[in-house]
Design a protein around this ligand. Structure first.
Ligand code: ATP
Ligand code: LTN
Length: 336
């Protein structure tokens, strides 16, 4: 019987800090839920993370920890190609090519570049600026149909589509044009202490974000202290404009319990924030507990991790090399 070719999903996260509840709800959870439907490629974007200075031993540890966390979140290495970006040289190679098809003006408009260069004034390096061309390479090498990411990565996906269309316009149909896949709930989880800015692994305020490996008592404490809104009604109602703090907690509660925003309003009607905040904390604790325990177990098994990333790099290279060869041929490089 002829095998029906599955559609392809691809995404990555930089090992630049501890994974947060934001990366889990905005990205990884959706990867896991769609595992069986797609042919999947997920990677640790270590090459991206050096756009900010990293301590070498921390980077190595975090890259392996991130792999353990991917698996602990439910990404079965038998069904997902899990790999480390720097192990597949085609990323750097296509990244260079696509640098030459990405415009200065396009890169200048990237909000992530503006935000990060404002944060790290002492290290506004070329890599930080051209980073989206490397993202385009990461994606286009695997000819994916969908790129499951949080809302903040939408602009990068749009640039990738523009670059791919530009390239195809010159050389013919080389790249598939991918779609971003952004969840309805959890696409933009906000900081618990400043609900108008994104929960982020590089946030300086430790109380703003929840890490996947965090202890239950710390999680509960952070949710109890989460900033809610200064309106007088004190009721659990979804309204991101006027009640960003409560609305963020509702998004989190909805994403981890599967309850709709309407159901949550009904559940907490008349109960106020005092009952709601610890309930969100408990629900998050129960979601993260098995992930943390499994990641701690896998982290100890270095031989297993090595077998996963080696096999992943082999499989990823096979697909990536195919695209790269096609690109090199189209642009006129002499065949090796
Ligand atoms: P950094 O602080 O280093 O920029 P980050 O915490 O913002 O990192 P990324 O590594 O940039 O996280 O993101 C990993 C993935 O998780 C991306 O797909 C991103 O869109 C998603 N993501 C990150 N933070 C959130 C969030 N707060 N809400 C929803 N999705 C998120
Ligand atoms: N920029 C992303 C990580 C990333 C990525 C990608 C995501 C690098 N390459 C390709 C999707 C597809 C981030 O997490 N900041």
């Amino acid at each position: 019987m002829e095998e029906i070719k599955k559609k392809v999903m691809l995404s990555g996260i930089q090992p630049s800090g501890e994974l947060t509840l934001g990366s889990y709800l905005g990205a990884i959870k959706n990867w896991v839920e769609r595992t069986d439907e797609f042919d999947n490629f997920y990677f640790m974007a270590d090459m991206h993370s050096i756009t900010a200075r990293q301590n070498p031993s921390d980077l190595r540890r975090r890259t392996l920890q991130q792999l353990a966390q991917y698996i602990a979140c439910g990404l079965d290495p038998e069904k997902n190609t899990l790999f480390i970006q720097s192990h597949v040289p085609a990323h750097a190679e296509l990244g260079w090519v696509l640098n030459c098809y990405t415009m200065f003006g396009e890169l200048s408009r990237m909000t992530q570049f503006k935000d990060k260069s404002a944060k790290h004034k002492d290290n506004i390096n070329g890599g930080l600026f051209t980073y989206p061309a490397l993202i385009a390479a990461d994606i286009l090498l695997y000819q994916p149909d969908y790129v499951p990411v949080g809302e903040d990565q939408k602009q990068h996906c749009e640039l990738t589509r523009d670059v791919a269309q530009r390239f195809n316009g010159i050389y013919g149909e080389v790249f598939k044009i991918p779609e971003p896949y952004i969840p309805k709930i959890g696409a933009r989880i906000m900081s618990l202490t400043d609900p108008v800015s994104k929960m982020s692994k590089s946030d300086k305020d430790p109380n703003g974000s929840i890490h996947l490996m965090e202890k239950p008592e710390d999680i509960l404490r952070k949710f109890k202290r989460a900033v809610t809104d200064s309106d007088t009604e004190h009721c659990v109602r979804y309204d991101p404009e006027t009640k960003p703090g409560v609305s963020n907690l509702m998004q989190i509660y909805s994403a981890v319990t599967g309850k709709s925003l309407q159901e949550i309003e009904t559940e907490f009607a008349g109960l106020g924030y005092g009952a709601f905040k610890p309930a969100v904390g408990e629900a998050v604790i129960e979601t993260l507990r098995p992930i943390r325990q499994e990641a701690e177990r896998i982290m100890k098994d270095k031989a297993y991790l090595e077998s996963v990333y080696k096999e992943g790099a082999k499989k990823a290279s096979y697909t990536a090399e195919k695209t790269l060869r096609k690109v090199y041929k189209k642009i006129g490089f002499v065949e090796r």
